[in-house]
Design a protein around this ligand. Structure first.
Ligand SMILES: Cc1cc2nc3c(=O)[nH]c(=O)nc-3n(C[C@H](O)[C@H](O)[C@H](O)COP(=O)(O)O)c2cc1C
Length: 159
């Protein structure tokens, strides 16, 4: 019998992560993004990262079409962006400060850092696919991280 999905979510929810908004530029130059914490550094040589995306997410077809993405790592003050980009459907960038990355994927202002990637592989993984990106560009930002733990946003405790 398959392992219980609720229990898998609950146990993996004990694995504290940061929160990112993965953005892309796809057909006709449209842009979109999705909140993601299933993000991982995969290889240093060549420099690869991976993002796991639900096959039912709008982002899935946008990424396949766009062939590029940027991983924008959110600060504690950017919880509203996490909520915005975790809402299904078209994403509104009109009130946000952002710029084009080298790949054309949107780079959000004021993050802890970003990685701008060219899509190099899509690996099947059950009801998700793993989008492997080669890092083309990136920059460090500053601030405190937004964390996700036990299904809730958290901050690093002050000493
Ligand atoms: C903290 C957090 C992390 C998430 N991580 C992922 C993820 O790694 N992969 C994924 O497919 N969805 C993830 N989601 C869910 C998507 O953000 C959500 O389904 C979103 O509405 C998809 O939008 P779209 O269907 O318009 O692309 C996450 C949501 C939250 C709140």
């Amino acid at each position: 019998m398959a392992f219980d999905a609720r229990l898998q979510r609950d146990i993996m929810g004990r694995f504290a992560t940061g929160v990112t908004v993965v953005t892309t530029r796809y057909k006709n130059g449209d842009i979109t993004g999705m909140t993601a914490n299933a993000v991982m550094s995969l290889s240093l040589d060549p420099p690869l990262v991976v993002v796991s995306v639900d096959k039912s997410a709008t982002m899935h077809s946008a990424l396949s079409d766009g062939q590029c993405y940027a991983i924008n790592i959110l600060t504690r003050e950017q919880e509203h962006l996490s909520n915005r980009f975790a809402t299904p459907g078209p994403k509104d960038f009109s009130d946000l400060k952002w710029r084009d990355g080298k790949t054309g994927a949107p780079i959000l202002d004021g993050t802890l850092g970003y990685l701008d990637c060219k899509l190099v592989n899509i690996l099947p993984a059950g009801d998700h696919d793993m989008f492997v990106g080669e890092i083309i560009d990136g920059e460090l930002g500053a601030g405190e991280p937004l964390l996700f733990y036990g299904g809730q946003y958290r901050s690093i405790a002050e000493e």
